[in-house]
Design a protein around this ligand. Structure first.
Ligand code: CDM
Ligand code: ATP
Length: 287
């Protein structure tokens, strides 16, 4: 239960995303991959609160389990913005972590984006959305998409973003409890890397796939088991490089019904797919 102190805080949303599909078109000389993906914003995620100070220090109110503060993407994002905008101010950041880490739902990238967007307003550093997205790219391939906050098609290595309104569906997101390293998936010899490009206007879910799914399911039987279980109920797929898996429903009640049936070994949540992220809505309130 939140304590009195946390109730007083001004919490900023840090939503999750799903890669509804993820095609790998090729590999560049620098090792990065050319992708095509539909990034679906969800109305569910972490929350961050920012207590501004005058001492120029950037600190976490408490350490995120397993992540040293200097490695935390939140701290890295705040430091990057302070340096770029030459801000003399500091901040103490509180994090309410709900999203599983390393699950392919973008928690760390989203935390970094929320930090950039919120501190740009609270520190009054006045960077444009384009400048924040460029800064974000230095922290991770998915940070710009969270800065922009729109459900979108992405091309290039992920930086080429085209907002694309989708029908708002409900998703059951389930975590098989295994950790998948994004870098290892992209280094795998057997990863398919030759999917032909599609035209965004021709996008149909059934004609797409996640090119990482087979490889990850082969290495992690729990992922395969969870997918098999979900497929009994609804169209289901892995997101990003895993390990989370999602199932698509047209209404909330059906998604919650299947969540209630989810075996205890797996954790899950139900979220609405939204075209504009909760971060974007929060930002609008500051205008
Ligand atoms: C593939 C996605 O999971 C889709 O959401 C993301 O784009 C990956 O985002 P991320 O985890 O923030 O990725 P980064 O931290 O930038 O890169 C992690 C590693 O993934 C590989 N990587 C990432 C993006 C990309 N287009 N090609 C790659 O080969 C690189 O080996 C890199 O070392
Ligand atoms: N604030 C943060 N929240 C979550 N992870 C963080 C954070 N800062 C650093 N990390 C590190 O980043 C790693 C990846 O976390 P994240 O939750 O972003 O993975 P992901 O959901 O697989 O992301 P993606 O979909 O972008 O591949 C974690 O294992 C953790 O070590």
């Amino acid at each position: 239960m939140p304590n009195a102190n946390s109730l007083k805080k001004d919490w900023w949303p840090s939503p999750a995303k799903l890669n509804v599909f993820l095609h790998i078109l090729g590999r560049l000389d620098n090792g990065y991959h050319q992708l095509q993906s539909l990034f679906q914003m969800l109305d569910y995620g972490d929350e961050l609160a920012f207590d501004i100070t005058n001492d120029g220090k950037i600190t976490m109110a408490s350490q995120l389990e397993g992540v040293r503060d200097e490695d935390n993407l939140i701290v890295k994002a705040a430091k990057l913005l302070a340096k770029e905008a030459n801000s003399p101010l500091g901040v103490t950041i509180s994090l309410n972590k709900r999203l599983p880490m390393g699950g392919g739902i973008g928690g760390g990238s989203s935390n970094a984006a929320t930090t950039l967007v919120a501190l740009n307003l609270l520190w009054k550093t006045g960077l444009s959305e384009d400048q924040l997205a460029d800064l974000g790219l230095a922290l991770g391939a998915d940070v710009p998409i969270f800065v922009r906050g729109k459900t979108a098609f992405a091309g290039g290595v992920g930086e080429n973003i085209t907002p694309a309104e989708q029908q708002e569906k409900w998703y059951l997101v389930a975590n098989p409890g295994v950790h998948v390293s994004t870098a290892e998936v992209f280094q795998a010899k057997d990863l398919p890397r030759n999917t032909p490009p599609i035209q965004w206007k021709d996008y149909i879910f059934e004609e797409t796939r996640n090119d990482c799914q087979q490889l990850v399911a082969n290495c992690h039987p729990e992922v395969a088991k969870l997918l098999q279980w979900l497929l009994h109920y609804a169209p289901s797929r892995m997101t990003g490089t895993g390990a989370c898996v999602f199932a698509i429903f047209s209404d909330k009640a059906s998604a919650e019904h299947v969540l209630a049936l989810l075996p205890n070994a797996w954790q899950g949540f139900v979220a609405k797919g939204v075209n504009s992220s909760p971060l974007l809505n929060k930002k609008e309130q500051y205008k």
